[in-house]
Every structure is written in C-alpha cells, then in structure tokens.
Design a protein around this ligand. Sequence first.
Ligand SMILES: Cc1cc2nc3c(=O)[nH]c(=O)nc-3n(C[C@H](O)[C@H](O)[C@H](O)COP(=O)(O)OP(=O)(O)OC[C@H]3O[C@@H](n4cnc5c(N)ncnc54)[C@H](O)[C@@H]3O)c2cc1C
Length: 393
Amino acid sequence: MTSSAYDIAILGAGPVGRVLALMLARVAPDPARIALLAGSAPVPVTPAAAIPAADPRVLAMNHGSRVLLESLHAWPERSADIRNIHVSQRGRLGRTLIQHTDFNVPQLGSVVAYSGLYAKLDECVAASGVTVLAGPPAQIGLQDADGVRIQQGETEILCGVAVQSDGAGASDVRRDYDQHAVLTTAQATLPRRGWAWERFTSEGPLALLPHPQTPEAYSVVWCSAPDRAAELAALDNAAFSHALTQAFGERLGRLSSHAPRHVFPLALSARRAQVHGRVAAIGNAAQTLHPVAGQGLNLGLRDAARLAQTLAGWLASRAANAGSNPGPALAEFASARHLDRFITAGLTDFMPRIFATGLAPVEHACGAALLGMDLASPLRAPLAQHLLQGFRA
Ligand SMILES: Cc1cc2nc3c(=O)[nH]c(=O)nc-3n(C[C@H](O)[C@H](O)[C@H](O)COP(=O)(O)OP(=O)(O)OC[C@H]3O[C@@H](n4cnc5c(N)ncnc54)[C@H](O)[C@@H]3O)c2cc1C
C-alpha cells in the first residue's frame, strides 16, 4: 500500500471533473497538489446501457459554457452553432421560436461531441500541471480533521477536500421517467442550418440538433418508453427513418438515418446537499437530469466554476497553514449553487412529464402556453435566458 497527500482530489475525470482541474490549476499555488483521479477504463453511465468506447452523446452547450471553455482553451475544434430553437408539440397547436436576434447574440448555443470535448480537455489537463492518477475506480473513505481518505486500488490518498465528479447520481431525490433516449444521426432533404428542434410528443421529447461533425446532418435524441426505444433501436434503417419522419413532421422534408443507434436510460437523481463535511459533489454526481433542453453539462460546468472560485482563497490560506479549514468555503459554494440547481432540475423534470400526460386538456394547455410564449416575447425571454446562461449567483 502506498500513500500520498494532496490539497484537493477530484474523483472522476469526465468533462466536469476536468474543467474543475483546469480552473484549480490556474489558482493553486502548486497545481501538482491537485489530483485528478481518472479510472483506467470507462465506467458506464448506467449499467443497463451498452456504452461504446467512443461516447456517442452530442451536447448542446450554452453561451456561458462556451465562454468558460474558450477561456480555458478547451473549446473543441469542431462544433455547430444553434441560432434558432423551434419548440413544438406533436398533434397539438402551438409552437415557440427562440432566435439569436432576440438577444443580440451571434448564436444561442453550440453543439459539440462528447468525445471531441473529452479529447480537447484531456490535452489541456495534460499541460496544466495537475497530477493525473489513472487506476481502478476510486472510493471515498473516512474524513476527519486531517482530511479525507480515498482508496484507489492499492493507493491511499489523503486530501484536504475531495470532489466527487464521477457522474454517479445519488438517490436523495429520484425520478424514473420510464423513458430511454435513442441517439443517432439523420440527414434531412430540406436541412436548415443553425436550427435546433425540440418536439414534445406523447411518447416523450424528440430533439434534432445541428451535428458538430457532419454539416447538414442532425443529431437525434428521441425519448420514449423503454420498450418503444428498444423497438426503435432494432428497426432497419428504412423503417426507422420512416418512424422518425412521422414523429418529427415534414418541417425538414424527409429524414433518413443510416447511423448506429445507442440507447440511454433516463432518470433524475439528485443530492439534496451538495457538500458533506470536506466532500463536495458536482456535475452528474450532484444531479443527473433528463436531457430535455440540454442542461446537464451546462449546469455541471457552473458547479465546477463556482467551486474553483470559492476554493481559491482556501488554497492560498492552506499554502500558509496546512490545517486551514475548508468548511466555510464549501458552505459558501453550496449556498451559491442552491437556486440554480433547483431551477434547472425543476425545469428539466417538469417539461418531459407535462407534455406527455396523455390528457388532451393538459396537452392543449401546453400548446396554448407555447403559443402564448411565442406571441408574448417577455414570457419567452426568461426561458431563453436560462437556456443561454443558467442562473449565476
Ligand atoms: C442522451 C443524453 C443527452 C445529453 N445532452 C446534453 C446536452 O445537450 N447538453 C448538456 O449540457 N448535457 C447533456 N447531457 C448531460 C451530460 O452528458 C452530463 O451532464 C455530463 O456528461 C456530466 O458530466 P460529468 O463529468 O459530471 O459526468 P460523466 O460525463 O458521467 O463523467 C464521469 C467520469 O467519472 C468516471 N468515474 C466514474 N466512477 C469513477 C470512480 N469511482 N473513480 C474514478 N472515476 C470514475 C467515469 O468513467 C467518467 O469518465 C446529456 C445526457 C444524455 C444521457
């Protein structure tokens, strides 16, 4: 058994853990005293899902996340702009259009591939000076006045603060949506560059996002009941393309898909408290959300940014006094993040459920709300503002 000591250990090297490591490297008196614990083999997001080595997710990043990643020189080479977002409900009246011109921004957001972002962050972390410890999945152990103990295989790590960014949602608050997402890529006969589409159907939300790596193609995130998702995943290309065009409608002409399909189970899981003693949870480890409106990583990056900001002062004081208590900084972090987590989790929990009640009056009311939002831009603005930037305390 070997043992080593660090100021901060970050357990989980997904995009949120890596961004935190990069931000801390900029403020730490000695970046090598920040440890990033990266499992040697990818740990599946959910045991039920067969996740291939190259993660197939594409991520809609809002303006705030892009600014953050660019400031870290971690914006991936390939991305697709979202200039307009069209939200509608299948089989009911109403649609709302959110346009970049309403907010005087060049784009509302951008789409990147998870794998592209991961690779770029990997490159930046390698040059940052933080210590990367590859090995078997790490476990957080006991904590006391000296710090937190973490076990990674045969190595024991003692750190002043442990950050859990392993993507494993907790179960304080849990909702199983009874939905799985089918992910794939599709081509349209009438593509519209820079447009993203979110369509609420009685089966679940269906999103088409401009593809970051293939211009004129769309990334499809199609949510439905698990049996239906399995059925969709198993269809041949022609039958799947037909079903997709039926569900989406004719706005982009005919849709055809010849790409592999991947299935992700969906659930909400969140911790009530983001901090326990010297351990803070961020990103999916703090809250795993439904992918509707593409908020999970955006929210996780805001967790990382705020934590780095609040720990900067503690790191400086620890350089002078190794016994410095991180408690006040962590309490400030938890309090600053509370409202944003609450609003974002509430929004992404509400949307897929309310549009899929199967009750005509409720669905008509949702349609009317979308129509109302479209007619009354003051109503549309708060939603778009949140999607653009999230809440910053
Ligand atoms: C279908 C789908 C579409 C989505 N679309 C969007 C979108 O458009 N926009 C958006 O913002 N978000 C989106 N999300 C959410 C987004 O993918 C997540 O919020 C984001 O990946 C969370 O990042 P993370 O770093 O917290 O966790 P993860 O990405 O899960 O990374 C955690 C890392 O920790 C590692 N790990 C796990 N256990 C251990 C351990 N014990 N020791 C060491 N390492 C460990 C894992 O291998 C992994 O590398 C989507 C999610 C899904 C499922």
